[in-house]
Design a protein around this ligand. Structure first.
Ligand code: CTP
Length: 160
């Protein structure tokens, strides 16, 4: 079921360990989830994705695309990488934020951090099924009615 951006009441999330703390303990518990994205103009769809992952897994690692990697993907963010990763790190559901520099790093990140799950929004459904050889791959429903590109378009339209 898709969550809507303006109507859903958010239940209280599980408490997240502090940055740099709890990695060993939670890794031992064996539930480490990894997700990737740009997170430009950080919005409620991003928060809800993180919350749902964190509710299900003990430890959430978020990989944030660098500006250079976004250029490779044909994307350009309004907010620069250093600020985007700082904002993601400040989200209470996020235990660790790392940089995403290239497509090929997913496999090595899963191995390096001992990830048990790779999670993305369902706009990516099927795109990362090859990672099932390494861990569980899950696509969660996106939050409806909000996206970075829609926010940008809205700002451009209303500022004109
Ligand atoms: N996401 C989500 N719900 C939304 C928007 C994004 O669950 N309403 C998820 C995406 O599925 C992805 C992650 O958040 O797993 C990062 O998405 P990102 O591309 O950074 O955000 P978008 O708002 O989709 O940005 P854009 O409009 O530029 O595609």
């Amino acid at each position: 079921m898709q969550e809507s951006a303006s109507t859903l009441a958010s239940p209280m999330p599980a408490a997240a360990p502090g940055h740099g703390q709890g990695l060993v303990a939670d890794t031992r518990r064996g539930t480490v989830a990894l997700t990737y994205g740009t997170y430009d103009l950080f919005h409620v769809g991003h928060v809800r994705l993180f919350r749902r992952i964190k509710e299900r897994f003990g430890f959430l690692i978020v990989a944030v695309s660098t500006d250079e990697f976004n250029a490779v993907k044909g994307k350009r963010s309004v907010v620069p990488f250093a600020d985007r990763i700082e904002i993601v790190r400040a989200c209470r559901h996020v235990d660790l934020a790392i940089a995403e520099n290239e497509w090929a790093q997913k496999e090595s990140d899963i191995r390096e951090y001992g990830c048990t799950a790779f999670v993305m929004g369902d706009d990516w459904s099927g795109r990362f099924d090859h990672l099932r050889a390494l861990c569980e791959v899950i696509y969660l429903p996106r939050t409806g009615g909000v996206s970075s590109s829609e926010l940008k378009a809205h700002v451009v339209k209303t500022a004109a």
